[in-house]
Write a protein that binds this ligand. Structure first.
Ligand code: ATP
Ligand code: MG
Length: 437
């Protein structure tokens, strides 16, 4: 992409409405624009990041054996009357009447819909285990939408739903999602801490929240520092017993403020980390809550009717964009981890109009494009200072700076966003660095 063509409405000043850094930077970097309270337009730069995050989530869900589907955003209220949540959910649910005066709603979550799919289409225990997920928009009429995409009213969520024949199998599905989450967040350059949670209005008997540490997090958290050092599990065989991995991660102390045990302060001493956190994921096991209420029975192995055990597993895909920025930025702007960056490498032409600079830049740009490297070429006729500031603001992880002095010697400057190190390398070396397999 040429920067001169990119629809990138950056802002020089800090927008007054943004109180946290990720919201400020997303507005300044032209990623999002507010449409109404808690409802956002995603502009090209923001859309790229959101899709990169969704891609990682999707790959890890697929590896873990979940199958992607797409459910409607607008749902029938009838299903929610069956589960009993139509009245319970309260004002967070956006209720709509269609032209026939039927009760409809914009889905805040999808347990009812997925249970309805299951009961209408699954026949026997042979359909299990089953885990269906989607990456789709939700609406919750939050009391206080704030912090930009962190607490929106409309937001993108990955929600998965598992169905199993018995508790052991269901626990295994839960463990699969637990491990998938550890891997998912690590691929985004995040340290996410799994924390035992009360399961809230969805109800249940097993639940963990995944919390990213950041100064502006909504809740205070306490944890053993070992949790921050643990690498995510690699080469996981999702069919094998995963309990040892779960036990390993849950054996270290982690608690929210409400559940924090003062005695642990003394016990852990210097090993205790006190921080603030952002919830980026939440997994629940709730057994037969919905399958029983909605009579989602299938034939069991003994021919008798079987009510499957269920779990649901959410990831705040749009919230993650903000969470990643909270965890990775400096005074100049965003520092994207490579896995989610809107572009992997930027080419900065210091002297547009200089024949040698233009030729070197367009040649490198063409070769990157051909090799499938996501490249942003800053071909604007602007001062070097403006270009550096914009490129730092939008946080492309690598910058190749091409100017007349260097080109005369056949070299360019390679910079890593977020570090002060610079390297002079040949044009070929710059090309190879990003195209070599
Ligand atoms: P919270 O306590 O933050 O309101 P929740 O318990 O209501 O979250 P879930 O129903 O478990 O959230 O939703 C799954 C994930 O969706 C959450 O872990 C969070 O990352 C994300 N999420 C929830 N509400 C919002 C929102 N209003 N805006 C953006 N993301 C959200
Ligand atoms: Mg909520």
């Amino acid at each position: 992409m040429r920067l001169s063509r990119l629809f990138l409405p950056t802002l020089k000043e800090n927008p007054a409405e943004a109180v946290i850094v990720s919201h400020r930077l997303m507005l300044r970097a032209g990623m999002i624009r507010q449409h109404a309270a808690g409802i956002y337009n995603w502009l090209p730069l923001g859309t790229r990041v959101l899709q990169n995050i969704a891609k990682i989530v999707r790959e890890e869900q697929n590896f873990a054996g979940a199958q992607e589907i797409i459910m409607p955003t607008v749902q029938s209220g009838e299903l929610w009357k069956e589960s009993g949540r139509y009245d319970d959910y309260g004002p967070e649910m956006l209720r709509i009447k269609d032209r026939h005066e039927r009760d409809m709603l914009y889905g805040p979550t999808h347990e009812e819909v997925v249970t309805d799919i299951f009961r209408n289409n699954a026949k026997s225990y042979r359909n299990l285990p089953l885990n269906l997920y989607q990456i789709h928009w939700k609406f919750r009429d939050e009391v206080r939408p704030r912090f930009g995409v962190m607490r929106g009213r409309e937001f993108l969520m990955k929600d998965a739903y598992s169905f199993d024949v018995d508790f052991e199998r269901s626990k295994h599905s839960y463990n699969q999602m637990f491990v998938a989450y550890l891997r998912t967040f690590a691929r985004m350059g995040l340290k996410a801490i799994p924390m035992r949670a009360d399961s809230g209005p969805i109800g249940g008997d097993m639940s963990h929240e995944f919390i990213v540490l950041a100064e502006t997090g909504e809740s205070a958290v306490f944890c053993h520092k070992g949790l921050l050092e643990k690498p995510a599990p690699e080469n996981v065989d999702y069919q094998s017993n995963l309990q040892a991995i779960i036990d390993d991660w849950t054996s270290l102390y982690a608690a929210t403020e409400e559940k924090h045990d003062a005695a642990m302060e003394a016990k852990l001493g210097a090993d205790l980390v006190k921080a603030r956190g952002i919830e980026v994921g939440h997994i629940f096991h709730f057994g037969t809550k919905y399958s029983a209420a909605m009579k989602a029975q299938i034939a069991g192995p003994d021919g008798q009717p079987l009510t499957p055990l269920m779990g649901s597993y959410g990831i705040g895909v749009s919230r993650l964009v903000g969470a990643i920025i909270e965890a990775s930025h400096d005074d100049a702007g965003i520092i994207w981890p490579e896995g989610v960056a809107p572009f992997r490498v930027g080419i900065i032409n210091l002297k547009v109009g200089d024949a040698a600079c233009d030729a070197a830049c367009t040649d490198l740009y063409a070769k990157f494009t051909k090799a499938g490297v996501d490249v942003l070429y800053d071909d604007r006729d602007e001062r070097a200072g403006v270009k550096f500031a914009d490129n730092d603001l939008i946080g492309v992880p690598w910058q190749i700076v091409i100017g007349p002095k260097g080109i005369a010697k056949g070299v360019v400057e390679l910079k890593r966003r977020g570090s002060t190190e610079k390297e002079e390398i040949s044009l070929d070396a710059a090309l190879n660095k990003f195209t070599a397999k």
